[in-house]
Design a protein around this ligand. Structure first.
Ligand code: HPA
Length: 234
């Protein structure tokens, strides 16, 4: 047990999928895993361990934003031996050619700041995905005939962003989409020699103001869970 994860030693798998929403973790575990058992409920942040095609896997919520994700990623890696962490979530598109429902796989994640900022001080560390996981995820997405974009994303600390000028610079520099967790996941994984990847579906579009209707979010989310599982165990 740790401060934020009530699991017993050995109850967390080496491979962990991390949706932001704990209820999505429950839905994904009940839908895609065999013999899923709840291993964490502390503060309502649900985690489940089961198996996928014979491979042990945990699906654990990260909460929203990098400070929350950082707590869970640190404890999963340092205290429970997680070695492969895949974020699954939603993002807002920042390019015209990226559409609602498309899959975005983050090669890198730009930030203003992460919870790791204090460690790097004057250095602009470049958080980047594990290449093997990234390659597997692209192949899995293509097998599903998903429209997939691979490139840089922006991990923001704010959902209600007032910095239009910064968003414009991101778009100008080819950043595909914005979300709120990947940069810290990549950074914490790098620090501990673990593998990390973020696979997201586009839920809203910053340039066109379109948004994915609530009833269609579940299906896109399911595709992403399968892409993440296939990537982890390819
Ligand atoms: N901003 C930040 N995070 C997000 C967004 C957004 O527009 N959409 C989905 N996650």
């Amino acid at each position: 047990m740790t401060v934020h994860i009530g699991a017993e030693p050995g109850q967390i798998a080496e491979t962990v999928l991390m949706p932001g929403d704990p209820l999505r973790a429950q839905w994904a575990a009940e839908t895609f895993l065999e013999d899923a058992q709840c291993v964490n409920r502390v503060r309502g942040m649900l985690g489940f361990t089961g198996s996928y095609k014979g491979n042990r896997v945990t699906i654990h919520g990260s909460g929203m934003g990098m400070p929350s994700l950082s707590i869970y990623a640190n404890e999963l890696i340092r205290n429970f031996g997680a070695r492969t962490l895949v974020r699954i979530g939603s993002c807002g598109a920042m390019q015209k050619h990226v559409a609602i429902r498309d899959v975005v796989i983050a090669m890198t994640a730009s930030t203003l700041s992460t919870p790791s900022r204090g460690l790097f001080r004057e250095l602009n560390f470049a958080p980047c995905a594990d290449y093997g996981l990234l390659r597997n995820a692209v192949e899995a997405a293509e097998r599903k005939k998903a429209v997939v974009h691979v490139g840089g994303i922006y991990s923001s600390d704010v959902f209600y962003d007032e910095r239009d000028d910064l968003s414009e610079q991101m778009t100008r520099h080819g950043v595909l989409a914005v979300e709120m967790e990947a940069a810290e996941l990549y950074t914490v994984a790098a620090r501990h020699g673990a593998r990390a990847l973020a696979v997201m579906t586009v839920s809203d579009h910053l340039l066109t103001q379109e948004a994915l209707p609530a009833d269609q979010r579940e299906r896109s989310f399911g595709d992403m869970v399968e892409i993440a599982l296939e990537a982890a165990f390819a």
